[in-house]
Ligand binder design. Structure first.
Ligand SMILES: NC(=O)C1=CN([C@@H]2O[C@H](COP(=O)(O)OP(=O)(O)OC[C@H]3O[C@@H](n4cnc5c(N)ncnc54)[C@H](O)[C@@H]3O)[C@@H](O)[C@H]2O)C=CC1
Ligand SMILES: CC(=O)C(=O)O
Ligand SMILES: [Mg+2]
Length: 471
């Protein structure tokens, strides 16, 4: 399965009308396995036509095959090839906009010096005024060190930026939050902690993103203790919240109780450990974690201290072995690990009505099309298949709620409330094997999460803003 399903390329080509017809060109593209999804006529003369042909291909290698085929077709000249996804990223995806235009000298004197000095003085006298007189009440820093970018691994801070810009777009579109992508050129825990603390005054919250385990745990813990604004590692908690929402609904379909199921989870990193903890808190009793070396179990001294702790809280029968060994009889598979590690043979060994959540991005643990005939409920982290279990359903709404009540933290109660809120968007009538989780575009999600999170924040005493509605 490719990372670029739905990859489209647009090929601008010129062809000599008396040498080759458009139907010859379409046949050549079809024979190369491409699927024409759009045609635009750019110009036409008596002898030549220039057209933009948009073709759906599997991946970049396949794109090369299609283009080479056209280059070899007599009478055809390929002028250029563009990829819609690359075009969308030219110059980056976000910008800063002013709320007020500066049209006159008077405006200038108020937004900037000298007028602004009175505002600065007011905040210096009472720093809480930063919430009413600066962007702080609506801002989140999306911080990454580029070490666990999606499932691409340690690709560095420059390469991490497009993901962080994408997260910022989603924060804004789905919840009106102004998020800033900040990729740090350091992997040093202490340095990351100090940098985030130093930039915190401008922000109402900190969203840690794509920082690899186990370093991410210490960074988050330290920042939670040392800052008075919410700090939330999205890959841990956002993923866990959405996973729980999806599982609660999937279990209704297969009519199984959460305390009776056997869960096998692969990838005992940031997402995997947090998903495990939320499932244990929700009542799962039998959960077996599998990483590269096989099932995590007691009796082994792991170098990773979080795995020793993990072995103590999971795997009640202390089973060892590979994924293929431990998957037998499992009701649920959860993958937050690597592409293609679950086979159809593994799925066939699962209990009746298997639930498979293959959530690695961009390429899941099993191709949904291969798994589908053998599973009852199939979900991935991707938007091009049904049941997208992705933290994007959580982070905009959870931060919206936390910012609106000026929460000092995002605690367990707020996360559970968010999971229940997401699950509740799918009504009993709507619930089906291919609709266990609402779409990212369902505009009820962020609002419902916000309300539930605010309620939980007031209930647990972490909200700082006085709000009659929630008293
Ligand atoms: N759908 C969603 O919302 C989300 C999906 N993810 C995906 O989950 C994956 C892991 O992300 P993080 O936890 O942030 O990374 P991480 O680097 O913290 O953890 C990854 C873990 O997977 C393990 N792993 C790698 N290859 C494996 C294999 N062949 N078999 C078993 N375990 C293996 C690693 O050893 C590591 O412990 C990525 O593909 C990421 O895209 C992560 C967060 C959200
Ligand atoms: C969705 C996401 O945050 C990830 O795959 O890392
Ligand atoms: Mg992530």
């Amino acid at each position: 399965m490719s990372s670029g399903a739905n990859m489209h390329i647009t090929i601008r080509l010129q062809f000599a009308k008396n040498v080759v017809s458009f139907s010859d060109i379409a046949t050549a593209i079809g024979q190369a396995g491409g699927d024409i999804v759009g045609i635009d006529v750019i110009s036409s003369s008596k002898t030549h036509t220039v057209r933009d042909i948009t073709v759906s291909v599997l991946d970049s290698k396949h794109a090369d095959v299609v283009v080479d085929t056209l280059r070899k077709t007599t009478g055809v000249k390929v002028i250029h090839v563009s990829d819609r996804t690359f075009l969308m990223h030219i110059g980056g995806k976000i910008e800063v906009k002013s709320k007020i235009p500066i049209k006159t000298r008077d405006d200038l004197a108020r937004v900037y010096t000298p007028g602004v000095a009175r505002i600065c003085t007011a905040i210096a006298e009472d720093p809480t005024k930063a919430y009413s007189l600066t962007i702080k009440r609506n801002t989140v820093a999306v911080i990454s060190d580029g070490t666990a970018v999606l499932g691409l691994g340690d690709i560095g801070p420059y390469a991490a930026m497009p993901v962080m810009e994408g997260k910022a777009m989603l924060f804004k579109q789905l919840a009106g939050v102004d998020a800033f992508p900040i990729c740090l050129d350091t992997k040093d825990t202490e340095e990351i902690v100090q940098i985030v603390k130093a930039i915190a005054p401008a922000f109402g919250g900190i969203n840690l993103e794509d920082i690899a385990a186990p370093r991410c745990f210490e960074i988050e813990e330290r920042l939670k203790q040392e800052l008075d604004i919410p700090v939330f590692h999205d890959d841990q908690h956002g993923t866990a919240v959405v996973l729980l929402a999806g599982l609660l609904n999937a279990l209704k379909i297969v009519d199984k109780k959460i305390e009776d199921i056997k869960v096998v989870l692969t990838g005992i990193g940031a997402a995997g450990i947090a998903c495990t903890k939320i499932l244990l808190a929700a009542g799962v009793k039998n959960i077996i974690g599998v990483d590269r070396q096989g099932a995590i179990h007691r009796g082994v001294q792991y170098d990773n201290p979080y795995w020793n702790e993990y072995a103590n809280m999971t795997n009640p029968e202390n089973i060892s072995g590979t994924l293929s060994d431990v998957i037998a009889g499992a009701d649920v598979f959860i993958g937050v690990s690597a592409p293609g590690i679950l086979t159809v043979e593994d799925v066939k060994k699962m209990a009746k009505d298997p639930i498979v959540f293959a959530m690695a991005n961009p390429v899941p643990e099993i191709d949904p099309e291969l798994a589908e005939p053998y599973v009852r409920v199939m979900a991935t982290g991707r938007s091009d298949y049904p049941n997208q279990i992705n933290n994007v359903l959580c982070f905009p709404g959870i931060f919206r709620g936390a910012l609106d009540c000026r929460a000092i933290e995002i605690n367990e109660e707020m996360k559970l409330a968010a999971a229940e809120a997401i699950a509740s968007v799918v009504t009993e009538e709507e619930l089906s094997e291919t609709y266990i989780i609402p779409s990212v575009f369902n505009n009820k999600v962020a609002e419902r999460v916000r309300e539930a999170v605010m309620k939980a924040a007031y209930k647990t005493g972490v909200a700082r803003k006085d709000d009659m509605m929630f008293r």
